[in-house]
Design a protein around this ligand. Structure first.
Ligand SMILES: [Zn+2]
Length: 111
């Protein structure tokens, strides 16, 4: 179980990251809008535009996934199991949690 102080720091960090993610997701949603079929692009340009939309869509999916994980981490932070690896039951390195608060596995098990 984590001591109170790092827990507060991690909480703040997660909230901060979530704020950034919200902004990122918002702009990605705009960029991932499907192109209108009547646009003036030729076939190549259309393909490129579609690829770009797909790439943005993929980044968007990852950003959403990370948001879900961070929200989960935030809801678990007061739990005794927070910071404990789900695979081996060992405490996850605090530095790792600081860098990636959504981690549910220790370095060894994440590989
Ligand atoms: Zn582990």
């Amino acid at each position: 179980m984590l001591k109170e102080k790092p827990k507060e720091i991690i909480k703040e960090k997660i909230e901060e990251e979530l704020k950034h993610l919200e902004i990122e997701i918002k702009s990605l949603i705009e960029q991932a809008q499907p192109i209108t079929p009547d646009c003036t692009l030729d076939d190549l340009g259309r393909t490129e535009a579609m690829t770009e939309v797909m790439v943005h869509g993929k980044i968007l999916e990852q950003a959403k996934l990370k948001r879900t994980r961070l929200r989960n981490a935030l809801s678990r932070i007061d739990d005794d199991m927070f910071g404990i690896c789900v695979e081996c039951g060992e405490p996850i390195n605090i530095e790792r949690i600081m860098v990636r608060p959504e981690s549910i596995r220790c370095v060894k098990c994440a590989d």
